[in-house]
Design a protein around this ligand. Structure first.
Ligand SMILES: NC(=O)c1ccc[n+]([C@@H]2O[C@H](COP(=O)([O-])OP(=O)(O)OC[C@H]3O[C@@H](n4cnc5c(N)ncnc54)[C@H](OP(=O)(O)O)[C@@H]3O)[C@@H](O)[C@H]2O)c1
Length: 336
């Protein structure tokens, strides 16, 4: 690709709250030329994930923080343009840590982190960044391995109209649970009840949401699929039954500000709750089987999803902030 330019978002400053204009810097550099053992891919879609905000912070975490000056880490879906790598040929579609940029160089070492996309009828490629990718797998393992749902139990899911929560709730329904979702708008609540089959949904932005949570969980809560933290986690913990399970998937309300909810953790002791944190990477050896199951449910119409797609790499900082004000519904993606 002689003379072509690669636009890249680099981490320029560590954020203290939301992404402000100084945090990410849009730069241009020549598209790399490939050597033996390398491939060049054009990024088609970028997955915008709350963990990106965590990766920007210099705090202990499950992967090294992104360093200042580095291309911002992001998952993406890309197409191989040129290859001198034995595993890839021109036209292959791959998924992996492309970074927030237009072109990704796949070297021998990194290639283990890029998977070729299977071509499956009726499934769009972008499903592999959401329902059949990190979000679906997170919902699947978090709920089934930690939540261990039993028919008739009550499951509460927070960020329930998001990429992960919407799938966790539907897997709960498949397993016979009463599923209550908590989400930030009436539109989201309507989607998860009317289209996804949740038994009840609570808009936590309305003043009486705590009373509604109590009314929607008359038998208490057996499983909390926790995506948010803060006052939402507090309210759900207060409804937990004896020997309930808390699937600690994420605490998004604390990614951009301090979270006072940890005070409620006394409930964990008093009610002998099982609280287990997890990172989806713990389950990589089981991804294939889970992916097949998710794909099957999707093709049978048992898993439905939505995507919010922004156009253009320029939108990256705005897109990351959308995760924190809830202006995405379903999986948030950028199309390049
Ligand atoms: N453990 C793992 O391996 C793993 C893997 C993937 C994701 N996660 C976690 O799962 C959670 C969901 O991630 P996702 O990728 O599926 O994102 P998402 O749910 O599609 O988007 C984030 C949603 O969180 C809600 N939210 C943001 N700030 C909030 C606040 N202060 N209070 C209440 N709700 C808030 C917003 O919806 P509303 O309109 O409802 O507010 C927003 O749409 C995150 O905590 C993420 O870190 C964990």
């Amino acid at each position: 690709m002689p003379n072509a330019t690669n636009r890249q978002w680099k981490l320029a400053a560590r954020p203290t709250g939301l992404i402000t204009p100084d945090v990410l810097q849009l730069t241009e550099s020549p598209v790399p030329t490939i050597n033996d053992g390398q491939a060049l891919a054009r990024v088609k879609f970028l997955s915008i994930d709350p963990t990106m905000r965590v990766w920007m912070a210099d705090i202990p975490q499950y992967m090294p923080p992104v360093q200042l000056g580095e291309v911002m880490r992001a998952f993406g879906l890309a197409e191989i343009l040129e290859s001198r790598h034995p595993d890839y040929k021109k036209g292959d579609k791959v998924m992996g840590l492309t970074g927030l940029q237009e072109f990704a160089l796949i070297t021998g070492k990194e290639s283990r982190a890029f998977q070729k996309l299977p071509s499956i009828p009726f499934l769009s490629d972008t499903n592999f960044l959401g329902t059949l990718g990190i979000n679906g797998l997170t919902a699947y393992f978090g709920l089934l391995e930690i939540g261990k749902p039993q028919a008739g139990e009550t499951l509460v899911v927070s960020a329930a109209a998001g990429a992960t929560g919407s799938i966790a709730g539907q897997i709960g329904k498949i397993h016979g649970c009463r599923v209550v979702g908590i989400a930030g708008s009436d539109e989201k609540c309507k989607w998860i009840t009317d289209d996804l089959g949740f038994d009840a949904a609570i808009n936590y932005k309305l003043p009486d949401w705590k009373e509604k949570l109590v009314a929607a969980t008359p038998n208490g809560v057996d499983i909390n699929f926790e995506n948010v933290g803060g006052p939402i986690m507090q309210a759900v913990l207060d409804r937990m039954n004896l020997h309930g399970r808390v699937v600690l998937c994420g605490l998004i309300s604390g990614y951009t500000r301090q979270d006072p909810a940890l005070a409620s953790f006394g409930q964990v002791l008093i009610k002998r709750l099982r609280v287990e944190g997890f990172i989806i990477l713990d389950y990589t050896s089981k991804f294939m089987d889970a992916g097949q199951q998710l794909g099957m449910w999707k093709m049978m119409g048992k898993l439905k999803d939505k995507q919010t797609i922004l156009k253009g790499l320029d939108k990256a900082p705005e897109a990351i902030n959308m995760l924190f004000d809830g202006s995405n519904i379903g999986k948030l993606l950028i199309e390049l």
